[in-house]
Design a protein around this ligand. Sequence first.
Ligand SMILES: Cc1cc2nc3c(=O)[nH]c(=O)nc-3n(C[C@H](O)[C@H](O)[C@H](O)COP(=O)(O)O)c2cc1C
Length: 360
Amino acid sequence: MSTFQRLKDLSQYFLNHDIPEDFSEIASKELGIDISARYGPFRLKNPLLVAPGQMTVSVSQIQLIKQSGFAGCVLKSVVGEDEKGSCSMIKLRRKPTKVETVYDDYDTEGEFPIIHWDGGLDTRDLQHYLEFARIAIKLSGPDFPVIASILGHLPSYDEDFIEDEWVYTTKKLYDTGYRVFEIDFCPFLKEHDELMSQKTILRWYRVIPEMLKKSFNDIFVFPKILNLDYGTDFQLKMVESSFQGKADGVIIANRIYKKEFGCAHGGEELRQHNLKQIKMVHQLYPDFEISATGGIYRGNHIIEYLSAGAKNVQVLSFLMGKVKKPFEKKGNRFQQVFYKLMLDVESGYIACLLKQRDKT
Ligand SMILES: Cc1cc2nc3c(=O)[nH]c(=O)nc-3n(C[C@H](O)[C@H](O)[C@H](O)COP(=O)(O)O)c2cc1C
């Protein structure tokens, strides 16, 4: 039987059965392909992570993500505090007043949802957030990393960093077992004009990884690159600053804040924008690890990001937004999205890989 026929059989079977956690092993045994990937110190069983956001705020979500075959997830970002509970960035700890799914003009069937949402980071204070993070890390292991994401004090250029906020928050998460930290440079920072000077931003990207790596010698730090409108050179400079600050890699890149919507945008525009940046960054810094995010709805989107130089991909809107055309697969949304991205015979990652392999 041909490998493609075996994939068809597997796809057919998993349409009506739950995808198991060890699906990647099945793919390797049955199809002879290695779909493993990397994030920092972790060998991922496949390249697909759930990005930080509203799908990683509760333990039950993390359980479902794990059970559905994803390689790992990044928790919703927490706003840091110092030991006394002071929180300079509290404005970003807010509930949304608007959450809606929009679609690009070409998407007449509503298959590629984009979230428009005006919230910020996690709404819990650090103590309550830690109660969640402590249970979430228990679900973590070498075959399913759970990654932290934080944001602390972001000073203007002539102000000192409140280091305590960064270090205390990291320490609290470190003490519960977290070793990989994303830094969320949230798109809503663009609402704070006083912070948005180019030299201020570049200082953040350099100093924060430096500060955290100095305080904890066995952690991995990945700043998330902002998508700003200062041009391509500036996008590259944010990466360069992270590199100089001894970050372990970067996430490229957060959604594009649009004043006219009062929120950040994603979809095709974000994916094309991020792909271009990843290619350039990979060429300039071939050993600097890139995690790709933005507008992933099909297996070929994963292939494009990995071929451009990313080591893994992170998805959110496809899990969260309203998809008008019903999914073929039965099960919860995590299962449906994992199936569509990985196992779909037309457009799944594995089908795309097999087609690519047959061509060579
Ligand atoms: C509702 C929502 C909440 C988000 N919250 C966070 C967050 O807390 N931290 C963060 O780093 N990124 C956050 N993001 C960005 C996502 O992690 C992701 O990188 C981005 O949405 C691009 O992927 P997508 O096109 O699959 O949504 C959020 C995005 C959305 C739509």
